[in-house]
Design a protein around this ligand. Structure first.
Ligand SMILES: [Ca+2]
Ligand SMILES: [Ca+2]
Length: 249
């Protein structure tokens, strides 16, 4: 019996020793950089804008009553060697109890100069959309299939939200080294329906003016500093080490 107990103890210790690896920690929320590509007023998510069809409301009109999840504050891009991300900061993070929303930013005017060739899109969950949230890139000039992206939703310390669309750099020629994300314009629309049938994306809750360009930056490998050879210690150090000797070598 003793031997069995001992074996049991060993096995228990052994099992503890090979416990599964800890669950992966959530990545830290994105930091809002000092310089962003688009800045938009808070308090103007009220549908008073052109609705994407030139209605004469101008946009960016703040009103006492407005929505928060669909209120764009800032839009910016980041990239690393493998991916590029578009970030939308909003007054509050999704989901909203009112509706699901489409977050979209048009960039890179080309042959589709009015709206931009690249449509970065994310549909977040909400009571008006019966489908899974998704993120994607549509190249309206190349007319290729949409590229599936990764959707991330974060809450910052100030309770604002960040919706992030991340795409592989290899998914579009514009994302190559030295490439530029040009003339971004963002909007948030109500999203209604289901995955298979849409969703229908109207009306426009908030939109922005044209922002500034983002140039993709690739970090170059840092050069290792060569150690300086043979430099003698300073006289002061030498004095200290030799316990007060004034002899200078
Ligand atoms: Ca606006
Ligand atoms: Ca806004």
């Amino acid at each position: 019996m003793i031997a069995r107990r001992t074996l049991g103890l060993v096995l228990t210790v052994g099992l503890i020793g090979i416990a599964p690896a800890e669950a992966q920690e959530e990545p830290p929320p994105p930091e809002v950089p000092a310089v962003v590509q688009i800045e938009d007023p808070a308090g103007d998510s009220n549908y008073l804008n052109s609705q994407g069809v030139g209605l004469p409301f101008g946009g960016d009109q703040t009103t006492p009553a407005d929505l928060t999840v669909s209120d764009i504050l800032k839009v910016w891009w980041t990239n690393d060697a493998e991916t590029i991300s578009a970030h939308f900061q909003t007054e509050a993070p999704p989901p909203s109890s009112n509706a699901a929303y489409l977050f979209r930013v048009f960039t890179n005017p080309g042959t589709d100069a009015e709206d931009g060739c690249l449509w970065w899109e994310a549909v977040v969950e909400g009571p008006t959309f019966q489908g899974d949230p998704f993120a994607r890139l549509r190249d309206m000039c190349a007319e290729t299939d949409p590229v599936e992206g990764t959707l991330t939703i974060s809450t910052l310390e100030d309770e604002t939200g960040v919706i992030t669309i991340t795409l592989p750099r290899e998914s579009n020629a514009a994302f190559a080294a030295g490439g530029t994300i040009v003339a971004p314009i963002a909007e948030v629309r109500n999203a209604t329906g289901a995955t298979g049938a849409g969703p229908v994306t109207a009306p426009v809750a908030d939109d922005t003016k044209v922002g500034t360009d983002y140039t993709i930056v690739d970090e170059t490998k840092k050069k290792k500093k060569k150690k300086k050879k043979g430099k003698p210690k300073s006289a002061a150090s030498l004095v200290l080490l030799t316990g007060g000797s004034f002899r200078v070598l």
